[in-house]
Design a protein around this ligand. Structure first.
Ligand SMILES: NC(=O)c1ccc[n+]([C@@H]2O[C@H](COP(=O)([O-])OP(=O)(O)OC[C@H]3O[C@@H](n4cnc5c(N)ncnc54)[C@H](O)[C@@H]3O)[C@@H](O)[C@H]2O)c1
Length: 304
């Protein structure tokens, strides 16, 4: 995932300098040299492979993809030692790049983002997770195809866990300026059928289906991460459902961390956006928060 993000950053000319850190120098350099090969054809970007944390000094954004990845059939809530890696990485980043915006991608992303928020000395606005950004992009593409509109005009978010307990905020979905509930549907189709078809398509193309076939996911998440990085570097104030604390909104308590729509800019997370969810969606979000809180419990005990 880290290598794919590095490549997309270079191809899109998203930044001037890309530092690929890995515990193995040869691996980091191999990936960096490969990406750097084409930069003369693409634009002016410096690509460095390193095993020295010091090379991350003055980074504007750090994307964390370290760790055990999900194997076929495994739950995303499997922590598999990634908690220790995140503690270690956050401590090093606090030393070398205390002003950077830190974006957690490693899974379970919501649990590990909460851990990073708890361990890091940087302001909470500067630590958030990739959340349900990719899940929402998949869903928006399905809905856009079914309605025959541009995905950019589908304003619809997957909320909660990046995983099985996520939910779709259908009640507040809009297509351009029109509420989904009053948008003209394809001939003979009801909104319930449309939602079911959309869910089926989203699930069929979901991460588990890709892992079952390809063995891992990297391209989709890389493009999603690069869009978030661009929003920070260009201070775009673009809205993404990133992992952050809900801070008591939706009746989920003060601690839960999960995907919620937020404005992202150069300072990191600029603002959380409140959603007027219906009762059923609120209950589903509370369930997702409870599942994530339970997954965090052993990590909290370890930190005390
Ligand atoms: N949030 C999302 O939507 C999303 C999508 C895809 C992947 N992911 C997550 O991103 C992470 C990386 O996935 P991947 O497919 O790139 O995995 P990978 O195995 O290809 O790469 C993991 C990297 O972590 C490093 N690493 C592993 N254990 C280490 C240790 N003990 N000490 C130091 N370095 C160590 C490896 O050297 C490697 O560079 C996983 O946690 C995966 O689940 C998240």
């Amino acid at each position: 995932v880290g290598a794919a993000i590095g490549n997309d950053l270079a191809v899109l000319g998203a930044c001037r300098r890309i530092v690929l850190y890995n515990r193995g120098l040869a691996r980091a350099e191999g990936v960096a040299y490969d990406i750097a090969d084409a930069t003369a054809l693409l634009g002016d970007v410096e690509v460095i492979g390193t095993d020295d944390w010091g090379d991350l000094i003055d980074a504007d954004v750090v994307v964390v993809t370290v760790g055990h990845s999900i194997r076929p059939g495994e739950s995303r809530l499997e922590i598999g030692g990634n908690d220790d890696l995140i503690r270690h990485v956050v401590a090093r980043l606090d030393e070398v790049a205390p002003a950077a915006v830190v974006l957690i991608v490693s899974n379970p992303v919501d649990v590990l983002t909460r851990l990073a928020l708890d361990c890091s000395r940087r302001p909470w606005q500067r630590v958030f997770g990739a959340g349900t950004v990719l899940d929402s992009a998949r869903l928006r593409r399905s809905l856009a195809t079914l309605l025959g509109v541009d995905p950019q005009n589908t304003h619809l978010h997957v909320l909660g866990e990046h995983g099985d307990s996520s939910l779709i905020a259908w009640s507040v979905a809009t297509i351009g300026p029109v509420a989904l509930t009053s948008f003209p549907l394809p001939e003979g189709e009801t909104l319930t059928e449309l939602k079911e078809r959309c869910l089926f398509r989203t699930r069929r193309r979901g991460g588990a289906e890709i892992i079952a076939r390809k063995g891992y996911t990297d391209d989709g998440i890389a493009a999603a991460v690069v869009r978030i990085v661009q929003a920070v570097l260009r201070d775009e104030r673009r809205i993404f459902p990133v992992s952050t604390r809900a801070l008591g909104d939706y009746g989920v308590g003060e601690d839960a961390v999960f995907g919620l729509p937020c404005v992202i800019g150069s300072q990191g997370l600029v603002r959380r956006l409140p959603l007027a969810l219906d009762a059923e969606e609120t209950a589903l979000l509370q369930r997702s928060a409870a599942i994530l809180n339970a997954a965090y419990e052993p990590l909290a005990a370890y930190s005390e």
